[in-house]
Design a protein around this ligand. Sequence first.
Ligand code: XMP
Length: 509
Amino acid sequence: MILIIDFGSQYNQLIARRVREHHVYCQIEPPEISLKIIRDMKPEGIILSGGPASIYEKKSPRVDAGIFTLGIPVLGICYGLQFMVHALGGDVIAAAKREYGFAELQILSQDGIFTDIEKTTKCWMSHGDTIGKLPKGFKTTASTPNTPVAAAEDRKRRFYGLQFHPEVVHTPEGKKILGNFLFAVCRCQEKWTMKSFAREAIDEIHSQVGNGKIILGLSGGVDSSVAAVLLHRAIGNQLTCVFVDNGVLRQGEAEKVQDVFQKHFHMKLRFVRARKIFLDRLRGVENPEKKRKIIGRTFIDIFDEEAKKIKNVEYLAQGTLYPDIIESRSTFGGPSAVIKSHHNVGGLPKKMKLKLVEPLKHLFKDEVRLLGKELGLPEEMVWRQPFPGPGLAIRIIGEVTEKRLNILKKADFVLLDEIRAANLYGKLWQSFAVLLPIKSVGIMGDQRTYENILAIRAVTSDDAMTADWARIPHELLAKISNRIINEVRGVNRVVYDISSKPPSTIEWE
Ligand code: XMP
């Protein structure tokens, strides 16, 4: 395994993903981690990440410099390099001006971590301070016009440093450079696959829960579905999944979940028909935040009640992913954790006094999809677009009524049908319909109509933090609009949302 010390760079998770793409397991840990824990982890290599601080700031993050005495290879990236140079007796110069963007990298020795890399290549810079004097034993291995020490090494002690960011796509040879560190320097082996993960995770679940009973809230989304299948593989009928049909799901979704998990995987599934109680509580509510709260709380009430019906449950399983873990504990995680907090159903484990099982907590989303495939989940579940917990309720602007729900469900179904037929479903982050609270005049046959307006939202995104409206071909938009107006009673006008995030959000409420 490779240990990544988190000095707060926005690219940290990318470093981890690049390492894992090389089939090497890695873990991101905060700089406060003790030398003893590091030693016990027995990492094959340590990567010191970049970060926004300057080494001369009083509060700049530091890891125990004892890591340089363990005989383990170290790669410092940007701030990580500066930390290493400073700790080993070199000089870091406070920069007058930040360097940001592409730079032409001249490689001075095409070996070590630059084995098989072109002599001149592009790299991505994002730093203030630079290296003034290298510590004893180090030599410069690459330069750019602005940065004389763009890379350095002490080959004897196996310490390497890069002033640029190998983890971002803007450094085309970055993945290969990281690969050289992993394989040529650290002698890692390509052992991290979803097959091996599944095997180990199943063992771990066994030893954690023994004969205990687990419940899991199944939503039909990728994370809870993969968690369910993995747990079921490990402990079979000790697992009970609870699926709550809250009435604001897309057409056919509840049936699909029953089909896959009950009929195909033969899991114990409690299918709770709760649409009435959700819709009753939502009656007359127009405020988006109120809708979210009502749905969140009602879910907890119902889940709690169902859990009580199962005797002797000790564990609650959740599909928590690695980014949630990193962001929630990171000192330098930025505002992202706060923005996302409303997405999770908080309060559940505390209320229920159950022990948590989080079998996916070491995985990134793309790894969860691969694991799902490995465990035999249908493709359409593995590649499903995200769907918000409050469901269609936050896509009906204004009050949620049975009638408006039916309109939206039908329109959404037509939209997704066409998006899939055009082979766009997997390329879009999300594509959905929104029912607006205003009516407009139209004409159908010889009749004047006064009906609802439906908005279509389709976005591209990598992580939902930013998003752009998708440039869907006009012909396809025409087809979608035509079909919706003809097939869905109650809609006589379709509009396309052309706003990006920020300043808009993906969902309308
Ligand atoms: P926004 O609208 O904030 O959405 O740009 C970003 C992403 O989060 C999803 N989303 C939610 N997911 N519960 C969820 O599980 C929620 O309450 C929730 N609100 C938004 C949204 O669909 C998009 O992918």
